[in-house]
Design a protein around this ligand. Structure first.
Ligand SMILES: [Zn+2]
Length: 596
């Protein structure tokens, strides 16, 4: 009988499927491996065991089940991870009224508000007279009915409290509506007023609404844009949710929830400028497309993207000479080892313009991608005179930082050569100038990695040795039995490893895949470790012996330490008998260390 929603979710979902919806997994024997999404690494040490339904990173030591994975990768609390996976598994968690749900987290209430607000906006688009106008505008821009539904576009009525009142009537507090970014707090008339009585007004008024989704297609924020000609001149064209508990624009890529599968399949990601570019591109059948929500690419976004692909295609124009935010984002991506290509769009058009005229043209322009360096070269040379000293200097100023950022030396050499040739300069002079170029944004990338490295959980040498011993014994119980003097069991600190050794002592032919040992996370991880261990048979015995020796030696050193302290105490107490006894003990033990 299935007892809890947790068990039920576990029984319905497969860990491989869940994890591979976030990162690329590749099969290795009975298990799957990947580059760890939780720390920086070049060689994959992140493993998933379908048999045990666990994951573990042997680089940073993190590991757990599906709930732990979702918690970690989404950066959410357990309750939220439970909810995300319940939805995925089609398991209904007990529905609760907003006011009575004590186990629901604050985040979850905010998610609910976003969902409810989206339904409100959708209804307005379909039913109100201004909403219908907005819809007509969307259709006239070439966005289809299907796309409107798929992207859940809506309309916010041009009133001050329509949405806020609606949400309050559904049992949510004004304070929460403000917190999730849908309302703005009016200046309080008096500090004495309780939070909930203070007035708030709707942030989005008279706008077409683009809900913004997280990786699980839950709504976390909104973008609103005006569509009436007269409004365009008078008020801000775009309004977005400010950073909230759910929404952080530096971490969100618009459309990634719907694009991630395709990005992984095609192993590249097209970056466009706006929401409508993304929607139109999906509509035209090109679905590996996302947009930044009105920011330059940040290292958070790049980290997320890297889980799916390292190939980035830019589908918008940018100014190579200007120190634009866009260019900084590209520099960052380049520094993180992304391969970047650029699609040249004709006459400053954006993707949406092109697609609404002719979807084929968009697909065709994707075939004409250029490497980012080619793009920079072309742009830098066009409109500047490479014959004059001023022109040469200007071109070099644009291109040198770009070249310096190329991580691969051979590739860098190629572009140095090319620049030298086209400027009629000597290569060594270009190299000389290159040395003077200071790169910004670079330290930021590595700063992050360093911080991550520092956050790794500290593991004592002793624990590592015990783990190693346990792993080897699980893999080769027979050799373990021959090598081990089972007195060592008393010295082992990790309970699971004590049990493993006990098991081997009782039965040298034990099969750990089938034992009745309680399958704790530690035990499962040891088994997974044993499965992926690649070691030659002749190395096993010496390794086990080495672990045993080291564990004993640490034990003895600890004891010696302890005795030294006792001797000191005895000296203070002026107890010669005790000193004598302890010193003998000390010498005896110290001899043992030499025997090891
Ligand atoms: Zn890791």
């Amino acid at each position: 009988m299935i007892s809890s929603p947790i068990d039920e979710i576990k029984s319905r979902l497969d860990i491989i499927e869940v994890i591979s919806s976030y990162i690329k997994l590749s099969k290795t024997g009975a298990n799957y491996r990947a580059l760890c999404p939780f720390h920086s690494e070049k060689k994959p040490s992140f493993f998933v065991s379908p048999a045990r339904q666990i994951w573990h990173c042997f680089g940073c030591g993190k590991g757990s089940d599906i709930f732990g994975f979702v918690k970690e990768i989404e950066g959410v609390e357990f309750g939220d991870a439970l909810r995300i996976l319940a939805r995925r598994a089609g398991v209904e968690l007990k529905p609760m009224k907003p006011e009575s749900a004590s186990w629901r987290t604050e985040r979850q209430r905010l998610y609910e508000i976003c969902e409810l607000a989206t339904r409100f906006f959708e209804k307005q688009l379909e039913e109100s007279s201004s909403g219908k106008e907005a819809k007509k505008y969307l259709l006239s821009r070439g966005i289809s009915e299907d796309s409107i539904k798929k992207w859940r576009l809506g309309y916010s009525p041009d009133t001050w409290e329509g949405l806020t009142e609606f949400l309050v009537s559904r049992g949510y507090k004004r304070e929460e509506v403000i917190k999730v970014g849908l309302a703005i707090q009016k200046e309080p008339i008096s500090e004495m007023m309780s939070e909930d009585l203070r007035d708030a007004y709707d942030r989005f008024r008279g706008r077409i609404i683009f809900p913004i989704f997280d990786l699980n297609s839950q709504i976390i924020g909104f973008g609103g844009r005006v569509f009436k000609e007269k409004d365009k001149a008078e008020i801000a064209k775009y309004v977005n949710t400010p950073n909230t508990l759910l929404y952080d624009k530096s971490r969100v890529l618009y459309g990634l929830d719907k694009a991630k599968v395709e990005i992984r399949k095609k192993d590249n990601c097209i970056l466009v400028e706006g929401y409508t570019d993304v929607i139109m591109s999906h509509q035209a059948g090109v679905q590996n497309v996302v947009a930044t929500s009105g920011t330059a690419l940040t290292h958070y976004q790049l980290k997320i993207l890297k889980r799916y692909s390292e190939n980035l295609i830019l589908g918008f124009d940018m100014d190579v000479a200007g120190d634009s935010a866009t260019k900084r984002g590209i520099d960052l991506a380049q520094g993180q080892g992304f391969n970047i290509k650029v699609i040249r769009l004709s006459d400053g058009k954006d993707a949406a313009d092109i697609i609404s005229k002719n979807p084929k043209e968009w697909q065709n322009s994707l075939l004409n991608e250029k490497s980012i360096l080619e793009f920079y070269f072309e742009s830098a040379f066009s409109g500047r005179d490479s014959k004059t000293p001023e022109g040469k200097k200007e071109i070099a100023k644009i291109l040198l930082p770009v070249i310096k950022r190329i991580p691969n030396k051979i590739e860098r050499g190629y572009w140095i050569q090319k620049l030298a040739k086209e400027l009629g300069a000597k290569e060594e002079n270009i190299e000389e100038e290159l040395k003077k170029v200071k790169l910004e944004g670079y330290s930021e990338v590595y700063g992050l990695e360093k911080e991550e490295l520092e956050n790794l959980p500290p593991k004592s040498r002793r624990e590592l040795l015990e783990e190693r011993l346990g792993t080897l014994v699980i893999k080769f119980p027979k050799i373990g039995t021959d090598a081990i003097d089972f007195e060592i069991i008393d010295l082992i600190g990790i309970p699971e490893i004590k049990i493993v050794l006990q098991e081997v002592k009782n039965n040298p032919n034990v099969d750990f895949g089938k034992t009745s040992i309680k399958a704790t996370d530690v035990f499962n991880t040891l088994c997974l470790r044993a499965e992926i261990e690649e070691i030659e048979e002749k190395e096993i015995l010496p390794e086990i012996q080495c672990c045993l020796r080291e564990i004993r030696s640490i034990e003895i050193k600890n004891k010696l330490d302890h005795i030294s302290k006792e001797i000191k105490k005895a000296e203070e107490e002026k107890d010669p008998k005790k000193i004598e006894k302890l010193s003998q003990e000390f010498n005896q033990l110290a001899k043992n260390i030499n025997i090891l």
